[in-house]
Design a protein around this ligand. Sequence first.
Ligand SMILES: NC(=O)c1ccc[n+]([C@@H]2O[C@H](COP(=O)([O-])OP(=O)(O)OC[C@H]3O[C@@H](n4cnc5c(N)ncnc54)[C@H](O)[C@@H]3O)[C@@H](O)[C@H]2O)c1
Length: 332
Amino acid sequence: METVFITGGAGFIGSNLLLYLVPRHPDTCFVNLDKLTYAANLGYLEAIAHAPNYRFEQVDICDLEALRRLFGQYQPQGVIHLAAESHVDRSIESPFAFVETNVMGTLNLLQCAKEAWNGATDGHRFYHISTDEVYGALSLDGTPFRETDRYDPHSPYSASKASSDHFVHAYSDTYGLPVVISHCSNNYGPRQYGEKLIPLVIDRIVHSQPIPVYGTGENIRDWLFVEDHVRAIEAIYLRGKDREVYNIGGEHETTNIALVKRLVGLVDERLGRAEGTSLSLIQFVADRLGHDFRYAIDATKLRTSLGWTPLTSFDEGLRLTVDWYLELSTKK
Ligand SMILES: NC(=O)c1ccc[n+]([C@@H]2O[C@H](COP(=O)([O-])OP(=O)(O)OC[C@H]3O[C@@H](n4cnc5c(N)ncnc54)[C@H](O)[C@@H]3O)[C@@H](O)[C@H]2O)c1
């Protein structure tokens, strides 16, 4: 049985990825390596917790010796690396944890894979999950990010992700490690930690509390439903080419304020409130330091080379997401 390490599998994207992959690939054993930080929730993985092809190991990827032991124990053929400190606001408050986990943690995993695979490339793959934020910010008329665009990270978060990307390329160029990288735009969907924009806004509307919106709310993000990202990860892991970079995006750009207003409409409707009831909760607050104006992704390469395309429209994905968080809030 082939073994694949999934790091950060108890987080937002990792848990959605495992719930998708474990039942679909019964001949692969997926080992979830996660430290279980504040952002993790093992409860989300209940449906697969006892699957014969799933294991969980609580480990900090900053602990090189612990990782070496796990590589020795499981002899994985592949790694899909998602574990990271992922919240931009936290990186502005306290950048050090981002360098430790995102840079040193990634370096530890690369080193372990290099030692364990010892020059073998066939059947091996180190897949690093990165972000569109490494490319910097776009103006309104800027061309969406392509794989060949130069790096221009602005926040401590994106700088740490950019740095980890460079180490991944360096291990490929220097030691021949079979790597692949993808850069994805903003994900949304079930199982995201409550501090991120969409779950936070839904929670505030439900509880009729102020909804903070940075600056004038005109910043633009491209949104991708998490299950579409998960399908892209599967396609790239199985069929992507070594040493290639793939951009993944929903090609659905919207301003933060338009998104918040859409959520107000959806949640108020679901709660049986009159249209526009919660609009007055919106409060514009001091802008995030160094707030990137716009991100947008050109996913042409992924679409044409691997035949991937997002299947969930923004409207459908947002409805599914709202319903999931509303159900969660009734269970609390
Ligand atoms: N969420 C997005 O919109 C988005 C977009 C593009 C790329 N990404 C990237 O995707 C990956 C996953 O993002 P997410 O939103 O699921 O993040 P998340 O914060 O929800 O989850 C991160 C997971 O990593 C684990 N983790 C953190 N530090 C660790 C450590 N030192 N050792 C082991 N485990 C550790 C946490 O416990 C958690 O389970 C990240 O690499 C992120 O940069 C996210």
